[in-house]
Design a protein around this ligand. Structure first.
Ligand code: NAP
Ligand code: F7E
Length: 383
């Protein structure tokens, strides 16, 4: 019998990659998903198993981090060896609009899980991973950030996660739980939510290249982030729970890049050269040139003419609507502890991450454009 894991937030980016990874390692994986008025399992449909499947190894349960009775019942029924608490309202900007809900789910939600494990007498059996975040460093007190850098949260999201971090440490110290924090820096992938900056950019660049969109509006272009690939980061989560002793680990690439440079790299990936000018809300980027061979190879010959005609046009603008009331300007992590103690090494660097995301989004957007064309044909047929 394989080990049993429970993943909260299994329908999210990390939940999907982690579920796939643990199934590959032979685990039985239980996933907590929220009820939604539409299907919300796109990211895990490829590993879904019908309830009628014999010897199912992937089982979904309805639940919510704001419902302690439900969490306690599911943990009691599944008796997990490992819990990965990945569920959260994870969007920093949205947390300014929904601060109370964010505190409930991202802060108190962690307590509900720890307390359920304690009340069910599972302290000796169940190991807990808490999805902590580089957002804890906020207004950074040290560069680069390590496990001992003081925290200075800058959003309701980060303040809620701060509680989650410390309550995890407290239950470890008070009750001897094997409970650990992964302090993960930004990690992205083709499965990243569409409103996080990297995915917003790779989707928009793909749509601009295919002529589906003229321009994209962004927020603070000068913020800097330390980006890695989610596939690499879920391996670290698992490694953290395999250690004899619980502890907290920074997981990061050690390289920081501005949003502006990320945008430039995403365009360059498909042979488009952009140049930025102006400042603050007046900053913009124009399409300054094309590498036609690269564009043909990555995007396709049929899109080249319209791209050539767009030279000199503005493709990126700034809308202050996307600015945050308080911003995290610079993040860069030092993951030496994880590298030495966990033996963790990432396989993807930033260029490889961008290639992966752009390849995926170009494919998706081409599909959208074909469907659109097909849709019009059908509409015309009925007219
Ligand atoms: P994500 O794609 O936004 O996924 C979040 C997951 O949590 C989704 O499955 C979501 O369900 C679920 N969820 C939200 N509120 C919930 C609630 N009240 N009860 C139950 N489930 C709820 O986030 P991610 O990028 O995979 O991140 C995973 C975790 O790591 C999060 O805790 C995030 O805060 C943290 N983190 C992320 C990063 C990063 O760069 N990605 C870095 C550090 C830490 P729906 O699908 O129904 O919305
Ligand atoms: O923003 C700037 C924005 O929303 C990154 C979550 O997974 O990682 C994520 O939080 C930066 C910020 O991620 C736009 O102001 C500019 O400085 O992609 P993001 P985040 O806020 O860093 C951490 C580690 C988590 O824990 C979170 O759960 O990009 N930015 N223009 C923009 N951001 C967005 N979203 N949209 C823009 O148009």
């Amino acid at each position: 019998m394989g080990k049993v894991a429970l993943i909260t937030g299994v329908t999210g980016q990390d939940g999907a990659y982690l579920a796939e990874y643990l199934l590959h390692l032979g685990y039985i994986v239980h996933g907590l998903k929220r009820r939604s008025s539409m299907f919300n399992t796109d990211r895990i449909d490829h590993i879904y198993q019908d309830p009628q499947t014999s010897d199912r190894r992937f089982i979904l349960h309805y639940g919510d981090l704001t419902d302690s009775l439900n969490l306690t019942r599911i943990i009691g029924e599944t008796q997990p060896d490992e819990i990965y608490n990945l569920a959260a309202m994870s969007h920093v900007k949205v947390s300014f609009d929904t601060p109370e809900y964010t505190a409930n789910a991202d802060g108190i939600g962690v307590l509900r899980i720890l307390e359920a494990v304690r009340l069910l007498n599972l302290v000796k059996k169940t190991r807990i991973y808490q999805a902590s975040t580089s957002e804890l460093y906020g207004l950074v007190q040290e560069v680069p950030q390590t496990e001992s850098t003081p925290f200075y949260p800058r959003s309701p999201y980060a303040a809620a996660k701060l509680y989650g971090y410390w309550i995890t440490v407290n239950y470890r110290e008070a009750y001897g739980m094997h409970a650990s924090n992964g302090i993960l820096f930004n990690h992205e992938s083709p499965l990243r939510g569409e409103t996080f900056v990297t995915r917003k950019v790779t989707r928009a660049v793909s749509r601009i290249a295919l002529g589906l969109q003229d321009k994209v509006y962004m927020g603070n272009l000068s913020a800097r982030r330390d980006w890695g690939h989610a596939k690499d980061y879920v391996r670290a989560m698992h490694a953290i729970l395999q250690q004899d002793e619980p502890s907290d680990y920074v997981i990061a690439s050690g390289i920081t890049t501005s949003i502006r440079d990320f945008i430039t790299m995403a365009f360059a990936e498909i042979g488009l050269h952009v140049e930025f000018n102006g400042e603050g809300a007046d900053e913009q980027a124009i399409l300054a040139g094309l590498d036609t061979e690269l564009f043909r190879l990555k995007v396709g010959d049929e899109y080249l003419d319209s791209a050539l005609q767009r030279r000199g046009e503005v493709v990126v603008g700034v809308d202050p609507h996307y600015f945050r009331p308080t911003e995290v300007d610079l993040l860069i992590g030092d993951a030496r502890k994880a590298r030495t103690q966990l033996g963790w090494e990432p396989h993807y660097d930033l260029p490889a991450l961008i290639t992966d995301m752009m390849t995926n989004d170009l494919k998706l957007m081409k599909k959208e454009s074909y469907l659109r064309a097909g849709g019009y044909e059908i509409l015309n047929y009925f007219e």
